[in-house]
Structures are given as C-alpha cells and as structure tokens.
Design a protein around this ligand. Structure first.
Ligand SMILES: Nc1ncnc2c1ncn2[C@@H]1O[C@H](COP(=O)(O)OP(=O)(O)OP(=O)(O)O)[C@@H](O)[C@H]1O
Length: 577
C-alpha cells in the first residue's frame, strides 16, 4: 500500500492544509473544557460575576465556531485529497492495464481487475479520508487531553491513564478479531463480481440451458458468503460500541468518585472535575478513532496491495528503446521465419517452425483443423504475444523492433469473434479510423455488405448499437466488424474466420468487392471453408501447429495429404475436380 503514497505528492499542499485545520480543531476541542471549568470555578463558585461568565461564554462560543469551521474545512480538504488521489490511481491503473498483454489479463482475471479498479480504490479512498483526519487528531487529542488533565490534577490523571489503558487493550482485543475478516472482504467482492459478470455476459446460454436456478444458487452462495463476513464484522463492531460506552461511563464514575473526594478535600474545583471528565472522554474518543483506523487498515492495505500488484505487473511485451521504422516504399508484407510459439505455462508449442511470406497484392489463406493454431498465428503478427524463437517481419522489420503503434497502424484486423461497442453504427466503423469521412464509412460498409441492413435500421448510420452489439445479428456484427477494418485502408489485412456467419451469397459479394479494395494490399485469411479459400494465391495448411503444406489449391491437392482430407470432407467430387 505504501507504494501508492507517491500519488499523494501532488496533494502535499492540501494535506498540509488538513493538518493545520485538524490542529486548530484539536486546540479548540481541548480548550473548551478549560473555559467551562473557569466559568464554574471562577464565574459561579468564585463569584467573579455575570460579566465574567458572559465573557467566558462568548469566548466559548467563538472557540466552538472556530473549531467547527476548522472541522468542516479539514473534512472538505481531506475528502478532496482522497478523491483526487483515487482519480489519479484509477487513471494510472487504467492506462497501465491498457498496456497489458493477454497474459497479464489471464493472470489477474477480468473480474478481479474490475473490482480492483472500482471497489479496491474506493476502499482506499474511504481509508484515506479517515487517515488524513485522524492521523494527527488521535495522538494530539490523546496526548493533549492527558497534558490538559494533568494541568488540572496530576494524581487523578494517573487514575485516568490506568483506566484508559485497560479499556484500550479491551478495544484492541475486540478489534483484532476483525482484522482477518476485513482482509478477506475484497476477495469475496471479487467472487461476486466474477459470478455476476459471467451471468450477465452469458445470459442467453444460461436461459437456453435453463441454468437460471444453478446460477442463482452460485450467486446466492457468493452473496451469502460476503454478507456473512460483513455481519460478523458488524457484530464485533456492534459489541465494541457498548463496551466502549460502558468503559466511558465507568471512567466517569471512577473519576467522579475519586475526584469527588478531592473536591470535598478542597484539592480540586468542581469545574476542574467537570473539565477532567471531558478530557477523559476526549482521550477515550481519540483512542476509539485510532482503533477504527487500525481496524480499517487491513482492508485498505489489502486493497492497496491488490492495486499495487496491478500497477507493478510488467507487461511482457514492450516497445523497443530504439524503434525502427519500415522503409517508406514498403507496401505491406508479412514474413514468418522459423517461428515457434508456446502459450505461457503450456508444455507443447502451439506453433512450430512456421515460415512463409505474404506480399502486396497476394492473398494467403490459412486452413487447418480446430485448435491447429490459426488464430494464434494472426495474434503473433499483431504482437499480442511474442514468438519464442524465430522472427516475424512486417514490411521488412521484425515486429519486436518497431513500436506497437507503428505495427498496428499498418494492419486491419477482423477478429474471429466480432466485437462491437456501445455507440452508433458510424462510431463503431470509425474505430478503424477516427477521422474517416462519411463517404469512407459508407464505402467500407458497402464493401462489407453492411449498407443494406444499416440503411434499414432506424437512423441508418446513426442508429444505436447496444453494448456488445446485442441488437444486431451475428452476421451483421461480423459485417460491421469487417467494415471497421476496411475503413482503415491498411496495407495488411487480417481476417480471422471472419466470414463464418455470412450466407454463401453475401460472402461471394463481399469477397468480390474485397478483392477489388485490397488489390494492392497483403491479405491473410483464416478460413474453415475450402470453397472460400481455394482461390487464394497461397494456402497454408496448418496441422497441430506445424505447416503441413503451402501452395495453391492445385499444388496442395497433388502434394498435401492433410489438405486433401480437408477438401474431401467438404467438397463434392465435382467441386474437387
Ligand atoms: N490464451 C491461451 N492460453 C493458452 N492456450 C491457448 C490460448 N489460446 C489458445 N490456446 C491453445 O492454442 C491452440 C491453438 O489455438 P487457436 O485459437 O490458435 O486455434 P485455431 O486454429 O484458431 O482454432 P479454431 O479454428 O477453433 O479457431 C489450442 O490448442 C488452444 O487451446
């Protein structure tokens, strides 16, 4: 958690302001009983007169108002500082997470990342507000209270210290029981988020398979678990309050008892005794505040560590220190040189010894069985992961030697699972090119065979797309995701099984228009259907992460057994001939 303190640097002025205001607030609080004792001892018992009482009363009022102003100011500044601190941390967490490779996402988990960016940071915020206000107030009130009390009666102060020490130990013992509980809270919030996320994103599958009841139980379990812990904490805290109140009252009784005797013996004034009781209460309250702070500490500390973990996790893929730029005349090419890749923790490589080249004006198709490594190969071109050995060159430069921005600017990518974002159709397409003109957007949509259905939507290109694109069909989502890629007019186009949800006629029209549009570009298409890829310039056949053959359809039909098998399983005798 301490690592996060550096975020407080920009709030040094405000923190100093809080400390000054808290200092003034404490002075006011410590001064009040003293004035009151003077009113009683000198004004009433000493017969100093009404004027004196009114004067002291006025002073008391002034001190009270001043104290209140300081309290409000301190609360305001502390809240602002904590909110600003959390805004900065949240901003940095978000920025840092953006640099994550898919590995880091897998390691922390999306649900936990959401909890850490929201709930954990809020925990820190709440703790910080309390900490800023209490860190000075608690010791100052405790020590100041003792000094002031000692000024009234030294002997009685020892009685006070003794009782308070015993009470403090009792309170700490009770609070100590909540430490582990508070610590476990964040993990339980994580669990709830995970279950909730899965339920919401998978709602269709859950309903279709009548899994509502099962999911409800899963959520109830997570919910009950969190609630149970929260109740246990509250129960302990609830027990603490009466214990403290009892302690305070006992303290008052003992102080009145001992102090009463001293008043009778004329060793102490009545007003001083009253002030003494108030100091006792103030010290007790200060210790209570310190205890509350300590109780919250494990939870805030756990939250802080979880945030630090996110910030401390170094993305495995970074930009080079001296990035290279491909030569200006490069028109888009992709080359794999003996590339081997394995997912972290996997025993076997997913891709082994892959070599091929795809240049401008060429269409390279990749075909292979499920799980043969087709998508992984495209992921490597985009540098979502780094190859274990070998080189991947884009426009003649190793992808590790150029910035990811430079690399990805050259590429238009259509993922296997079409993802749309909340916004208009036009905004979704423009994600491929921020400054795309209406004409470019319309053209991209037209090539992607999306114009027809977009124009039928209410509002056309300004029609709303719901989060995740749930208000359009799978095929429509795919076409919009293709349009988003095409609007970039990139030199390298990667299509990961991107035509799978299209009917045969739409796919044929799309391919025809696409061929014209990408005439001079490099196109790499991952496909499952032989009919869709058989006209490619090169077909790369992947079998269990290895290249089983490269060539044209005819060449592969003659020389590649794996390809022949795929073809035989899909095409009729006539089509094969
Ligand atoms: N993030 C990941 N972590 C670990 N292993 C993975 C990961 N993604 C994929 N794999 C594994 O790598 C192998 C290749 O996966 P990939 O998605 O590249 O196959 P594919 O040929 O595109 O399959 P499909 O045709 O079903 O889309 C599979 O065995 C898969 O289980």
């Amino acid at each position: 958690m301490t690592k996060l303190f550096r975020y407080l640097k920009s709030y040094v002025g405000a923190i100093a302001g809080v400390l000054v205001l808290v200092f003034l607030q404490c002075l006011a609080q410590l001064y009040m009983p003293d004035i009151m004792s003077r009113i009683v001892d000198e004004g009433i018992a000493g017969g100093a007169g009404t004027n004196y009482i009114i004067k002291q009363g006025g002073l008391m009022l002034l001190v009270a108002v001043g104290g209140s102003v300081a309290t409000i100011g301190a609360a305001f500044l502390a809240s602002r500082t904590a909110a600003g601190f959390c805004k900065d941390v949240r901003h940095d967490v978000f920025e840092h997470v953006e640099k994550y490779t898919l590995n880091e996402f897998d390691q922390i988990g999306t649900a936990s990342l959401v909890t850490r960016t929201t709930n954990d940071i809020t925990q820190m915020q709440q703790f910080l507000v309390m900490f800023l206000r209490m860190m000075l107030m608690a010791p100052m009130m405790a020590v100041g209270g003792i000094i002031m009390a000692a000024g009234k009666d030294g002997q009685l102060t020892w009685v006070l210290i003794g009782i308070i020490a015993v009470l403090f130990i009792i309170v700490m013992l009770i609070a100590g029981r909540t430490f582990p509980l508070f610590k476990s809270m964040q993990k339980k919030v994580d669990r709830i988020n995970l279950v909730l996320r899965e339920k919401l994103t998978g709602i269709r599958v859950i309903r279709a398979f009548n899994k509502d009841e099962y999911e409800r139980k899963r959520f109830d379990e997570a919910n009950t678990d969190l609630t149970r812990t929260a109740i246990r904490i509250q129960r302990i805290m609830a027990a603490m309050m009466p214990a403290v109140m009892f302690g305070m009252n006992m303290l008052a009784v003992v102080v009145v008892w001992v102090g009463g005797h001293r008043v009778v013996n004329m060793d102490l004034g009545v007003g001083d005794l009253m002030a003494f009781i108030q100091y006792g209460m103030q010290i007790m309250m200060a210790l209570m505040m310190a205890t509350m702070l300590f109780v919250q500490l494990p939870r805030a500390s756990a939250a802080g560590s979880r945030i630090s973990e996110v910030l401390g996790m170094k993305p495995e893929i970074n930009d080079p220190e001296l990035p290279q730029k491909p030569a200006e005349d490069q028109r888009g090419s992709v080359e794999f040189r003996d590339v081997t890749f394995r997912y972290p923790g996997a025993e076997e490589p997913t891709l082994e010894h892959i070599s091929f080249r795809s240049g401008p004006g060429e269409v390279t198709a990749i075909i292979g069985g499920t799980g043969s490594g087709k998508s992984t190969l495209l992921n490597l071109i985009l540098r979502f992961y780094d190859a274990e050995s070998g080189e991947i060159l884009v426009d003649g430069v190793n992808v590790k030697d150029m910035t990811r921005q430079e690399l990805r600017d050259r590429i238009a990518y259509v993922p296997q699972k079409a993802v749309l974002f909340a916004g208009t159709v036009s905004e979704n397409i423009c994600q491929g090119k921020q400054d795309a003109t209406d004409e470019e957007v319309h053209k991209a949509a037209s090539i992607a065979q999306a114009s027809g259905f977009v124009e039928e939507m209410e509002g056309g290109f300004e029609a709303r797309i719901e989060q995740g694109g749930t208000n359009v069909s799978g095929g429509q989502r795919q076409r919009l995701s293709i349009a988003r890629a095409l609007v970039r007019k990139a030199k390298i186009n990667l299509f990961d099984d991107s035509f799978s949800a299209l009917d045969f006629k739409t796919e044929a029209s799309l391919r025809r228009d696409l061929a014209k549009e990408t005439e001079d570009a490099t196109v790499i298409i991952v496909g499952q259907r032989v009919a869709s890829i058989m006209n490619a310039d090169h077909i790369l056949v992947l079998d269990d992460g290895r290249i089983a053959g490269i060539g044209t359809h005819q060449e592969l039909m003659q020389g590649c057994e794996v390809y022949r098998e795929i073809v035989a399983s899909q095409l009729s005798e006539e089509e094969i001939a």
